[in-house]
Write a protein that binds this ligand. Sequence first.
Ligand code: SF4
Length: 64
Amino acid sequence: MLAKLEIDIPMCQAHGRCYETAPDVLDADDNGVAVLKSDEPIDAERARAIAATCPEFAILVKEV
Ligand code: SF4
């Protein structure tokens, strides 16, 4: 199963846990806020694991 990630920008506190865990999927903007590198879906289990790294619940997983 595949899923897309979505970042809830106002919720992001720029901890960096997500993009340190998955630098192939996520990057940081100049303020340290998470940004997706691609709009392509990824493995849903991995998407959930990436989302779980965020203590702010700012990463949403949408199965496609
Ligand atoms: S772990 Fe969450 S709060 Fe931290 S940079 Fe990633 S999305 Fe933002």
